[in-house]
Ligand binder design. Structure first.
Ligand code: UGA
Length: 439
């Protein structure tokens, strides 16, 4: 079993670290935040992710995983260092690589034996070459250091499962030594390994994410047309899904894709193309469609209601998708400010996203409007004039059509996740608008 250091304890780093510990490696997770490190040592995960805490506690008790701020010691000992720090989006759409550079420099100054540096963070094609050059430029000791690309394909909400039962492991290397070492690390998972060169590995990550984003935007585009011509996008998607060249997943039209990956990775690939003198027309279109999709229902409701001023607005769901407390690029973040600017009185419910949202929009008066955080969907709906559904959490999906009718002052519902049947809502007496299905 190998000694592995993991730089960064966000979704990618922490879950990867726990995964490696689970198959028997000795893992040391490095983070600069002392409080976070202490928290993790006591078995508390800094992120909400199914099964994660349980595995953190189990592997910590077994001595296979630990957490530290002492990167010097961690990198000195490691056979491999996995980099899982963030690569946020710069204003121009490019990826910000400053966290990667900081870690690369720390590694260069501390490694004392041959060490493979594995970049898990999503980075533009060519970055691994630069990281290797950068590390070698700053290397203090006479040891072999190489960089490999090993992109991560986990989805939030199912991150642990996606790591332990990944569909494929992509490894991008430039030497047999690096390839063999990575294969040795992953062997116990017993998963399909695809070995390619570094640039192809980097590209596989973007091409995969952007393909999925494209698929969603395509379905949203079709949905908007369906509505105009009297077709139902859910029936259309179902009909399409029987063709296994199309597949049945990621065909759900809705209020646009969010999260920390698709919005960032589409823009980064578009930027990379532009930098190389190429126009990536498909991805540009996906970005465009997604932008309009996020406020589609708000615009529809604005036309119907003239103004939101003084209206009680129920907002069901704040996170970008269920199973996570992450708000990044969530539709709620586009729509809530628009509602507040008009003087809406918002009652918001989300099973785990309320606290994060309240950091951005504290309870009480916000500009012209107010926001209140409530404990369940029913409380949000009570006496509401209008309801927006932004996230398909189980306990939001469970609200039956008649409940909207019974609780709301005016049962007017805008559903960004196509949760309810058009007929069922009509029979219950609810005025109901969704995506790609004519009311
Ligand atoms: C995504 C990918 O699914 C992962 O494979 C990838 O590893 C990850 O990005 C990453 O690069 O780290 P994630 O952002 O966690 O994972 O979430 P998804 O489940 O893919 O959902 C992304 C967005 O698309 C959500 O806003 C979701 O509501 C939306 N979506 C998804 C749709 O609108 N329709 C669909 O049919 C599916």
């Amino acid at each position: 079993m190998l000694k592995i250091a993991v730089a960064g304890t966000g979704y990618v780093g922490l879950v990867a670290g726990v995964g490696f510990a689970e198959i028997g490696h000795r893992v040391l997770c490095v983070d600069i935040d002392e409080t976070k490190v202490e928290m993790m040592q006591s078995g508390i995960s800094p992120i909400y992710e199914k099964d994660l805490e349980e595995l953190m506690q189990k592997n910590y008790a077994a001595g296979r995983i630990n957490y530290t701020t002492d990167y010097e010691a961690a990198y000195k000992e490691a056979d491999a260092v996995f980099i899982g720090v963030g690569t946020p989006e710069n204003e121009d759409g490019s990826a910000n690589l400053s966290y990667i550079a900081t870690v690369a420099r720390q590694i260069a100054e501390n490694v004392e034996k041959d060490c493979l540096i594995v970049v898990k963070s999503t980075v533009p094609v060519g970055t691994n070459d630069k990281v290797e050059q950068f590390i070698n430029d700053f290397l203090v000791n006479d040891v072999r250091v190489e960089v490999a690309s090993n992109p991560e394909f986990l989805a939030q909400g199912s991150a642990v499962h996606d790591t332990l039962y990944a569909k494929r492991i992509i490894i991008g290397t430039e030497s047999e030594w690096a390839e063999n070492l990575l294969k040795k690390i992953y062997e116990p998972f017993n998963l399909p390994i695809v070995a390619v060169n570094r640039r192809s590995a980097e590209m596989i990550k973007y091409a995969s994410n952007d393909f999925l984003a494209l698929k969603i935007s395509y379905m949203n585009d079709i949905a908007n047309l369906c509505e105009l011509v009297g077709a139902d996008v859910q029936d259309v998607a179902q009909g399409m899904s029987f063709d296994d060249r199309i597949g049945s997943k990621f065909l759900n039209a809705g209020i646009g894709y969010g999260g920390s990956c698709f919005p960032k990775d589409t823009k980064a690939l578009d930027y990379l193309a532009t930098q190389n003198g190429y126009e990536l027309k498909t991805i540009k279109a996906a970005i465009d469609v997604n932008k309009d999709q996020k406020t589609l229902l708000y615009k529809k409701a604005s036309n119907r209601l003239i103004t939101f001023n003084g209206l009680k607005v129920a907002v069901l769901g704040l996170t970008f998708k269920p199973g996570t407390d992450d708000l990044r690029e969530a539709p709620s973040l586009e729509n809530v400010p628009l509602l507040l600017a008009q003087g809406a009185d918002i009652y918001a419910f989300d099973p785990v996203g309320k606290e994060n949202f309240a950091k951005l929009y504290p309870e009480g008066t916000n500009g012209k409007g107010t926001i209140n955080y409530v404990e369940n969907a029913e409380e949000a709906l009570k006496d509401a004039n209008v309801c927006f559904i932004f996230t398909e959490w189980g306990n939001i999906k469970a609200v039956r059509p008649k409940v909207f009718k019974e609780l709301m002052r005016t049962p007017l519902v805008y559903d960004g996740r196509n949760i309810h049947g058009i007929d069922a809502m009509e029979q219950a007496g609810v005025e109901y608008y969704s995506i790609g299905r004519a009311p």
